[in-house]
Design a protein around this ligand. Structure first.
Ligand SMILES: Cc1cc2nc3c(=O)[nH]c(=O)nc-3n(C[C@H](O)[C@H](O)[C@H](O)COP(=O)(O)OP(=O)(O)OC[C@H]3O[C@@H](n4cnc5c(N)ncnc54)[C@H](O)[C@@H]3O)c2cc1C
Length: 168
């Protein structure tokens, strides 16, 4: 939603987003369990409320009123809910689908990454933050490098990794 879409008096002055580790559920049910995503979203919501109450004031001291409670009015709520209920105006999500899982860089895991042109098929190239590049992390820099490498491979140019030649 752009600022233009907010009614007068409700214009946001700041946008902030927070990410954190979500422990897997002890049992991950089959995809046919349609209640599971909702259950996990609720878990994130609980964490969000706790974060706002206990941790966020360290970053935004004005979030706490003089009596020590949270000033929930700092959140824009087009439905004008009161107190903690205003949290329902916020956006939260639980990344639980396989394609939403974060690409980790655990120790010694890079050996399992393959290069853009190492699929085993002559005309199939892979790209993304999960392939072997000069920077094996789950980040934008890594996926940009991957994209550049794939573009080079598709163009028939040489694929180079640090240690072989830094000028790729
Ligand atoms: C919560 C979070 C916060 C992050 N914060 C940062 C940050 O602050 N800085 C930073 O540098 N990086 C950050 N990252 C990492 C960064 O977002 C990723 O490294 C980057 O988006 C990876 O880009 P990608 O193109 O490789 O993959 P993606 O962005 O995951 O794109 C893959 C796309 O393919 C689509 N797709 C999957 N399967 C299919 C299919 N079968 N058919 C068609 N489409 C398909 C997916 O829907 C998706 O749109 C963050 C990641 C997360 C999850």
């Amino acid at each position: 939603m752009t600022k233009r879409n907010f009614p007068e008096g409700y214009e946001p002055k700041n946008v902030a987003y927070y990410c954190g580790v979500l422990q897997d559920a002890s049992v991950i049910p089959p995809a046919t369990n349609h209640n599971f995503p909702h259950q996990e979203e609720n878990r994130v919501k609980e964490g969000l409320v706790s974060y706002v109450k206990n941790d966020l004031p360290a970053l935004f001291p004005a979030l706490k009123k003089s009596d020590g409670t949270i000033d929930w009015n700092c959140m824009i709520d087009l439905e004008n809910r009161q107190g903690e209920e205003r949290i329902n105006s916020q956006y939260w999500r639980a990344n639980i689908d396989p394609t939403e899982r974060y690409t980790l860089t655990n120790v010694n895991s890079s050996i399992h990454r393959i290069r853009t042109n190492e699929t085993g098929f002559d005309n199939l190239y892979i790209t993304g933050d999960w392939i072997q590049t000069n920077f094996n992390y789950g980040c934008i820099e890594c996926c940009v490098m991957a994209g550049m490498m794939t573009a080079r491979a598709v163009s028939g140019e040489e694929i180079l990794i640090v240690g072989e030649n830094d000028n790729w």
